[in-house]
Write a protein of this length. Structure first.
Length: 343
């Protein structure tokens, strides 16, 4: 049965879900408000209908439903991660200056948790929605395709997609790292992934590294630590990659946390960096220039991403004029290779 759209919202209604399942609206409402009072079988049927219809519960009651929201929701992979801090702060600063407020949610690199956060945010009818990357679940894709609020994807650049894009190509970052190390004379170059299975952007960087290695006739060498804690995972990678008969002479890490763990482990083990093994990161965290040796890394345009994304959203909302929008960078943003002592 085709979903009936709620007037002016573009959203499927609670009644649409009820009709799809063959129950009353009261049962569906109870599923959201008191799920324990709904049988497991019925919960599964309703959840399926909700996903298929892209249904978003309207949590704004009465006459507040027509009010103009001043809240913008942002879903990022990890609120505690230093790599996203500057983006969050700069985005919030611009919003605050124009009378808007930021609400944050963390997906912990989980497509399912991101989908839950998107559904919750859209249920409150935000002014706009900001996501990280373009890798989403099918349910999230359906919701952002149907919503009428502006959606922007950050920390990535996929110009063929419908949402506004503010970011860079992670594939190119991997290429940049591999090119730099090869030009420095290294040949046994390894890439260390993030342990988080949902960090798809890190896999894009890995693929860029692999592409350049193959183009130069060098064997790609990808290592995935089993340890979850970043510093421990970095140590595990260094120990594994330098203990072989033909050890790595350079290691590109998926982020600076992993690289820092490797640098500290090298100090404890008496491994000279970069003479015996060069180490390179991604992110240029605040501690990276303070390490010994200080860390060679790739600096993403984190602050610019937040500022530009905020201005794009405000322009779409009619808050800033065309002249202000015209002065912003367009297209893919650039990352900067920061050459220091470790590679």
């Amino acid at each position: 049965m085709p979903a009936r759209k709620r007037r002016n919202s573009g959203r499927a209604t609670l009644q649409d879900v009820a009709q799809r399942v063959g129950v009353t609206s009261i049962t569906v409402s109870r599923y959201f408000q008191q799920p324990s009072r709904v049988s497991a079988e019925m919960r599964e049927r309703i959840a399926t209908a909700v996903a298929e219809l892209g249904y978003v519960p309207n949590l704004v009651a009465g006459n507040l439903a027509s009010a103009k929201s001043r809240v913008i929701g942002m879903v990022i992979p990890n609120i505690s991660g230093p790599i996203f801090a500057n983006t969050i702060q700069s985005f919030s600063d611009v919003l605050t200056a124009h009378g808007y407020q930021l609400l944050l949610a963390s997906s912990y690199f989980s497509a399912e948790l991101e989908e839950n956060a998107v559904r919750a945010f859209l249920g409150w009818s935000p002014a706009a929605l900001v996501l990280t990357s373009h890798h989403h679940s099918a349910g999230t894709e359906r919701m952002i395709a149907r919503t009428k609020v502006p959606v922007v994807e950050t920390w990535d650049y996929q110009p063929h997609r419908a949402p506004m894009q503010v970011g860079f190509a992670h594939h190119q970052v991997g290429r940049m790292a591999a090119h730099y190390l090869i030009e420095r004379g290294y040949r046994r170059i390894a890439f260390v992934q993030n342990h988080a299975a949902g960090d798809i952007s890190a896999l894009d960087r890995r693929d860029g590294y692999v592409e350049v290695m193959n183009a130069h006739g060098l064997k790609p060498w990808v290592f995935v630590p089993k340890a979850e804690a970043p510093f421990e995972a970095g140590q595990q990678a260094l120990e594994a990659l330098t203990a072989r008969r033909y050890p790595a002479d350079a290691i590109a890490f998926a982020n600076d946390n992993l690289a820092a763990g490797a640098l500290l482990a090298a100090q404890r083990a008496g491994i000279d960096v970069p003479t015996r093994c060069a180490i390179m990161g991604f992110g240029d965290y605040a501690f990276s220039p303070l390490l010994s040796p200080n860390l060679t890394t790739i600096r993403p345009p984190a602050r610019a991403i937040g500022e530009i994304a905020a201005m794009r959203v405000l322009h779409r909302l009619g808050v800033v004029d065309d002249d202000t929008q015209a002065g912003l960078p367009t297209g893919e943003l650039e990352c900067e290779l920061v050459a220091r002592e470790s590679a």
